[in-house]
Design a protein around this ligand. Structure first.
Ligand SMILES: NC(=O)c1ccc[n+]([C@@H]2O[C@H](COP(=O)([O-])OP(=O)(O)OC[C@H]3O[C@@H](n4cnc5c(N)ncnc54)[C@H](OP(=O)(O)O)[C@@H]3O)[C@@H](O)[C@H]2O)c1
Length: 262
């Protein structure tokens, strides 16, 4: 159970996979949720299930003008946000034998620029939270969905991993500069989660979880205002052990994985 009654929540990438499962969880538990994505039909479908509390905002977050229009739509309907979950993202694998810029541009457009555009939308509304009803102790929360791939240089993940490491740097350093502000910042590092994104994967996904199971772990961690939420634990353990090892050993192990995945 999520303690989300009366919360106003914004979720990006809410038309599919993790974002959709997150939106459902908050809606079921009584939150008012702004759901953002490009697929208007899917957002409208969710809004039909929760007509009183789900507000669909169709937007291409890679596009500045579309993001500004979304910001105007949202701020016309709320003066504050309790929680913003910046989840929209994609993954493209790189073939180093046919090095092209496309996967880098595609991944960076949504994972990096899309998250920056989302921040521009939600930050003023998160900052308004503690002005709501003059409650000095009200804190809002900013959450970003990174990935376990940020821990190690995973095979074919040059674009995806770089985008997630950039996001973690951004959010960790926001935490430094915003220490005096009543906004908690949470970074989520999922392992493999079964979604339309990972349905495309042509390799085994160890310890893969359903979107619902992943979301139950995420909402508990968000409610506890953890700085980092990472799961599943067996994969966290393996990845962290490897990350502690000297780079030469790390690289040797990952090269074996790389060959196995070709
Ligand atoms: N699944 C995993 O194993 C896994 C593991 C670690 C981290 N993650 C991260 O979790 C997040 C969600 O992934 P997922 O697996 O749930 O993928 P998904 O099912 O493909 O969902 C991605 C969401 O992002 C939205 N999106 C993509 N481009 C967009 C754009 N230009 N503007 C607005 N919205 C956009 C999509 O909506 P539209 O297409 O309708 O725009 C969709 O709602 C991603 O950041 C991913 O990197 C996933």
């Amino acid at each position: 159970m999520t303690d989300s009654l009366n919360q106003t929540v914004l979720i990006t990438g809410a038309s599919s996979g993790i974002g959709l499962a997150l939106a459902r969880d908050y809606l079921i538990n009584g939150a008012r949720v702004f759901v953002l994505a490009r697929s208007q039909d899917k957002l409208n479908g969710l809004a039909r299930e929760f007509p009183a509390s789900c507000i669909p905002i169709p937007v291409d977050l890679t596009d500045k003008k579309s993001s500004q229009q979304a910001a105007d739509l949202i701020s016309a309907q709320t003066q504050h946000l309790d929680l913003a979950i910046l989840n929209a993202g994609t993954c493209e694998y790189v073939d180093v034998n046919h090095f092209r810029l496309e996967p880098f541009n595609k991944v960076m457009a949504i994972n990096w620029q899309g998250t920056l555009n989302s921040l521009t939308i939600c930050l003023p509304l998160l900052r308004n939270m503690n002005k709501k009803n003059d409650y000095a102790d009200q804190r809002s929360q900013l959450v970003v969905v990174s990935s376990m791939a940020s821990l190690l240089p995973m095979p074919r993940s040059q674009a995806y991993g770089a985008s997630k490491i950039a996001l973690e740097y951004l959010f960790n350093s926001l935490r430094v500069d915003m220490a005096q502000e009543p906004i908690d910042i949470t970074i989520i590092r999922p392992g493999f989660v079964k979604t339309p994104l990972t349905d495309r994967n042509d390799f085994a996904m160890p310890f893969a979880l359903s979107a619902e199971k992943a979301v139950s772990i995420m909402v508990k961690g968000i409610a506890a205002r953890k700085w980092i939420i990472q799961f599943p634990l067996p994969l966290v353990f393996i990845m962290r052990m490897l990350a502690f090892m000297p780079l030469k050993i790390q690289t040797w192990v990952l090269q074996k994985l790389s060959r196995a995945s070709h």
